[in-house]
Design a protein around this ligand. Structure first.
Ligand code: GCV
Length: 685
């Protein structure tokens, strides 16, 4: 290896400690406790990173010798590896790197290293950045983009840029993420112009040794907007040639370019339907251009328009008939639920319905609908619930995980995406605990069978290790820090569902910012499916969206026995009740309570849970450094206030329809409905 790149790596690893206790070091805080001798017959930048990581983070027996062995083995798939206490074997250099991180993770979390083959669940494990070229981030709550900036130096690559891209790539590699879409799905055509492509090349060069491939979101109308062609019709020869040429140019700069992500004919974005063509026509044209280079197209199924009676049905209606018509290097990227990253949704029926073309899940790591960077909400339990949902695609046990990772139907490519929550904030994610969501996405993308609890356990040990080095392993630290903090994390998603949208309520957010409550928001000029009353349908009889066979019939998009189960109010799981049914206020639930009382109990419980988190956190002060402790403490106070607004706003608003008292054993609202509504309007004007 050249001396210069060796020194770069040394400086890069040494620089981590400068950020000390502000959370910048993420889950990569451990420092070596003893010497280790790492041997590998091959040398390359990636292998040097693996060696350096083992040397810097070694926690095993001092003086040990670790062998990194590149040797082909059919049992090892893709980026996988075989690990044993002092050896890592892989087919590829990246497999060695992932094995090194696994070895360190196991040492640092006291998980004995036994000989094991570890293969990834998905071949492509990708972060989608909704970063705009001016440096702002759509639904980003942690500062500006790490990739893009505005101003006259927007395209100048600085040492600071390179340093942050390296740290970013390292963090991703440590949890197995191997792809990054660098720009927003609401794409600017400028990304495909030569100045921006040069910057893409610079980023790709930094990410490559860490195994992170670069992808781009592109605008379908680019041939017109930057190519000077009169149309973007995917069947037009000039358009096809334009894309072919553009793809060739990209690969000449970035030889391992991953491919395109496209949002087409959705929320005002252009697409093939503008020319009377189908999604398949559009996707295939791009897929053909990428095919010679092993590139893929991730075509999003997030589509809906205002004319449809039920937005939850539209992606299925548009894509299901096209199953089998996409090229094999197209993957349909489907949000976990049928609407839009709500605090809780049933899985999208497309995961079961598409059998001939590959489908990849899109999760949202950034907390657009889950309290931004203010609320402590650990998302892995929600993702676990989703991945383990049984679709019945191929009989019982056909979980979403197995429908998408190739275990049911053979797929040329398998992939999973998460919308990133990363920005230039010192702690990367805005909230110290939001780092756990980045971590959890990577770990689940690597192994979709992990439990959210296992992941929380790992993350806490790795993230709070340095100040607790002397405590880690002690009963005191486990009982008084690890267990209560883990319990708080594990409860946090259900708490948010309780104080925001319990029992299947959905999309009753304040307009635009999607932070606080807004079930009342319905200006006359606004299209109906962008207003909360469209979703909650409250009236004096009851509340909830009727998606049964006598309603919008969305239930029929699910495989039996789910269709019948969701269709019957008695068998519908209560967590989805108001998603599928319009239920009378007096209807008795399994608890024996009326629907109205149960709604009140859930809102109140959510608020009480957050109050409980405050107590938990205050009690662990002695185990956390002062900066991170205070930061989280203040955020929990804000979360508590916001949960109170949710409870008061929603209960007082729905009470106008239910005309029933809030159960007398519950704490009374402390806000007036008018004030909560005015607060919402003042933020959205
Ligand atoms: C990138 C939701 C969000 C939009 C986002 C869109 C999408 O509607 O509010 O900000 O746009 O989803 O996923 O395309």
């Amino acid at each position: 290896m050249k001396m210069k790149s060796f020194l770069n790596i040394v400086l890069f690893v040494a620089s981590f400690n400068l950020w000390a206790e502000y959370g910048h070091n993420l889950w990569l805080r451990a420092r070596n406790q003893g010497r280790v001798h790492v041997v590998c017959a091959k040398s390359s930048t990636t292998i040097s990173i693996a060696k350096m990581e083992l040397e810097q983070g070694w926690q095993g027996k001092s003086g040990a010798s670790v062998l990194l062995k590149l040797k082909s083995d059919k049992k090892i798939k893709g980026d996988g590896f075989v690990i044993s206490s002092l050896e890592i074997q892989a087919n590829t250099e990246l497999g060695i790197l992932y094995g090194a991180y696994e070895m360190l993770r196991r040492e640092q979390t006291n998980n004995i290293v036994s000989t094991e083959i570890i293969n990834p669940s998905y071949e492509r494990r990708i972060l989608n950045h909704w970063d705009n070229l001016d440096g702002s981030i759509e639904r980003g709550y942690s500062g500006k983009s790490i990739f893009w900036k505005s101003g006259k130096d927007a395209l100048v690559v600085t040492q600071k840029d390179i340093a942050i891209w390296k740290e970013y790539a390292r963090a991703n590699a440590s949890i197995g993420i191997n792809g990054a879409v660098l720009d927003n799905v609401n794409a600017s055509p400028l990304i495909l112009t030569s100045g921006y492509l040069k910057r893409v090349k610079a980023i790709a060069d930094v990410l490559r040794p860490f195994g992170v491939r670069t992808y781009l979101s592109v605008k379908f109308s680019s041939p017109v907007l930057i190519g000077g062609i009169k149309t973007s019709d995917p069947l037009n020869l000039e358009v096809i040639q334009w894309w072919n040429k553009k793809v060739k140019e990209i690969y000449s700069l970035v030889p391992d370019f991953g491919g395109f992500l496209i949002k087409a004919n959705s929320e005002g974005q252009p697409g093939p339907q503008d020319f009377g063509r189908t999604h398949a026509d559009g996707a295939n044209m791009l897929a053909d251009a990428l095919k010679p280079y092993d590139g893929i197209v991730m075509w999003r199924a997030f589509v809906y328009d205002s004319s449809d009676h039920d937005r939850a049905k539209q992606a299925y209606n548009e894509f299901m008939p096209l199953d089998g018509q996409f090229r094999d290097n197209v993957i349909i990227q489907v949000k976990n639920g049928p609407i839009d990253f709500q605090p809780r949704e049933p899985f999208s029926p497309l995961f079961e319905a598409m059998k001939k073309n590959s489908v990849m899940p899109e999760l949202q790591i950034t907390q657009e609908y889950l309290g931004h960077s203010v609320h402590l909400v650990y998302l892995a339990p929600m993702w676990e619930e989703f991945l383990k949902s049984d679709t019945y695609q191929n009989g019982s046990g056909s979980t979403v995980a197995s429908c998408t990772d190739g275990s049911i139907f053979p797929q040329k490519y398998t992939a999973i995406a998460g919308v990133a929550n990363i920005g230039l904030d010192t702690n990367w994610c805005g909230h110290q605990f939001a780092q756990a969501n980045w971590y959890a996405f990577g770990r689940l993308a690597w192994n979709n069978q992990l439990t959210s609890e296992q992941i929380a356990n790992e993350w806490i040990k790795l993230t709070f290790s340095s100040e607790s080095e002397q405590h880690l392993n002690t009963t005191d630290w486990t009982e008084n820090f690890l267990i209560p903090v883990k319990q708080m994390m594990m409860e946090s998603h259900e708490a948010a569902v309780n104080y925001m949208m319990p029992l299947g309520l959905h999309h009753i957010f304040a307009a635009e910012h999607h932070y606080g409550p807004g079930p009342w928001w319905a200006p006359k000029y606004m299209r109906k499916d962008w207003t909360p009353p469209y979703y909650h349908q409250a009236d004096t009889i009851g509340v909830g969206f009727n998606r049964t066979t006598i309603g919008s019939d969305a239930v029929s998009e699910y495989h039996e026995p789910l269709k019948s189960q969701f269709n019957d109010v008695k068998s519908c799981p209560e967590r989805y009740l108001l998603w599928f049914h319009h239920v009378p206020w007096d209807y008795k639930l399994k608890s024996g309570n009326s629907l109205w009382d149960e709604i009140c109990l859930h809102y109140d419980k959510g608020l009480q849970q957050v109050r409980g988190f405050q107590k938990t956190w205050d009690k662990v002060q002695q185990y956390v450094d002062a900066d991170r402790f205070v930061e989280v403490q203040v955020k929990l106070r804000n979360q508590s206030q916001n949960a109170q607004l949710w409870k008061d706003g929603c209960l007082l608003y729905f009470q106008q329809f239910s005309r029933k008292p809030i159960p007398y054993n519950l704490e009374r609202p402390i806000h007036n409905l008018q004030d909560v509504m005015e607060l919402d309007f003042s933020k959205t004007e």
